[in-house]
Design a protein around this ligand. Structure first.
Ligand code: HSE
Length: 422
């Protein structure tokens, strides 16, 4: 009979439960031990033998019989120490911890390589969508220069609902919290932190450079207004929280997360609710988009279990397993600051109904090297102000910020500034 590979799970929440249930159908794997926070919590998981549950995760990472540890609790500590201890004790690791990878990935991969162990993390980015393994293996022959992705289901759900229902951000957030799509403290999702962790790691493996998370520009969705949704639709766009990464011909790297007006003709405009999608452009592949469930018990378990099985298949067969899945790059990315980037912009200005207002805005834009693609004012409202919607051509971020500083000096209010997909 084939020897069973013993694994340990740290965490038995949504993802951990999905992993345990999925692994039951694999005869070559034995879940030897599971670490939980609260031993007394009632768990209704078929086939779960309570005797394998512990509240001490160090029992797992120090157990000489366990060959693979899956860390599914998230956060920086004790996750970092647990993973490092597991590696030093000769275990391979699978993790879904995007924050840890983005903030301490460099140290982690160095320790893993020094100990000839692998750390796999397919579940950390876009949940059930296979993206890490494809980039590292079957797409390895490509020079990928551009990624545009929707990697946060909570914000995509909120933006989709705002668009479909014409509801405000705060109303939809409340509803999303009631339905369990948004957390009680939604900051990590709505302010773009979660997406920033994911795109930082994605950019790092795609461009094979270390990405400092501090240099990833981040803007969330909390300021998006229903009026912006309507105006964007009129102009042929949807508003999405886009995580993007670009590398230019001089290897300058631009990684960011911010709301974006996305053309209705593009695939990303049609990725709705909690679905995620990652679009890659490179040579020789051209452009591809992978989409699917970015979170949830079984989609995330699919990625975790895939990683566990990939390691299990090679254990004992080679001294150096999964060479293509390892992290071997060490040089830091040359990162471009957002102020140095060139973008198209959507601008919503509320202006007093004075003669020449549009002329003045046009002059300020011209004086700052900004060429306008479109300018729309539909009517004057009862309070004698008018909403003016502007779309620019490609302009420098610095020039745009200068123009805004000048536009607001004339009693105009700039309600929104959102970058537009190029
Ligand atoms: N909070 C994430 C999201 C899921 O809303 O997509 C876990 O990465």
């Amino acid at each position: 009979m084939e020897k069973k590979i013993k694994i340990g799970l740290i965490g038995l929440g949504t993802v951990g439960s999905g992993v345990f249930k999925t692994l039951k159908s694999f005869d070559n794997i034995e879940v030897k031990s599971i670490a939980v926070k609260n031993l007394n919590k009632k768990r209704n998981i078929e086939g779960l033998d309570n005797s394998i549950i512990t509240d001490d995760p160090y029992k797992i990472v120090n157990d000489p019989e366990i060959e693979i540890v899956a860390e599914l609790v998230g956060g920086l500590e004790p996750a970092f120490d647990l993973i490092v201890t597991a590696i030093k004790n000769g275990k391979h690791v699978v993790t879904a911890n995007k924050e840890l990878l983005a903030k301490r990935g460099e140290e982690l991969f160095k320790i893993a390589e020094e100990n000839n162990k692998v750390v796999l993390y397919e579940a950390a980015i876009a949940g059930g969508i296979p993206i890490i393994m494809p980039i590292k293996t079957i797409l390895a022959g490509n020079k990928i220069s551009h990624i545009e992705a929707i990697v946060n289901g909570t914000t995509n759900y909120i933006l989709t609902k705002m668009d479909v229902q014409g509801a405000s951000y705060s109303d939809v957030l409340k509803e999303a919290q009631e339905l369990g799509y948004a957390e009680a403290d939604p900051t990590g999702d709505v302010e773009g932190y979660d997406a920033a962790y994911k795109i930082a790691t994605l950019a790092s493996i795609t461009f094979q450079k270390r990405i400092n998370i501090e240099n990833v520009y981040r803007e969330g969705i909390t300021k998006i207004r229903t009026e912006d949704m309507i105006a964007a639709n009129d102009l042929g766009y949807k508003i999405k929280l886009i995580a993007s990464a670009n590398m230019d011909e001089n290897d300058n790297i631009d990684v960011r997360v911010h709301p974006m007006l996305v053309s209705k003709k593009s695939t990303l405009a049609h990725i709705d609710y909690v679905t995620n999608a990652v679009m890659l452009k490179g040579h020789p592949i051209g452009s591809i988009t992978l989409s699917g469930p970015g979170a949830g018990e079984f989609p995330t378990a699919s990625s975790v279990v895939g990683d566990i099985l990939a390691i299990a298949a090679e254990l004992g067969k080679s001294e150096y397993i999964l060479p293509m899945m390892r992290c071997k790059h060490n040089s830091s990315a040359k990162m471009i600051d957002i102020s140095e980037t060139v973008n198209k912009y959507y601008l919503s200005i509320n202006a007093k109904n004075n003669k020449g207002v549009i002329g003045k805005i046009g002059t300020i834009c011209a004086n700052n090297n900004i060429s306008l693609a479109s300018i729309v004012q539909r009517c004057v409202s009862e309070n004698n102000t008018a909403d003016i919607t502007v779309i620019t051509e490609l302009v420098k971020e610095k020039d745009m910020q200068n123009a805004i500083n000048q536009i607001v000096q004339d009693d105009n209010i700039v309600n929104s500034l959102i970058r537009v997909q190029v």
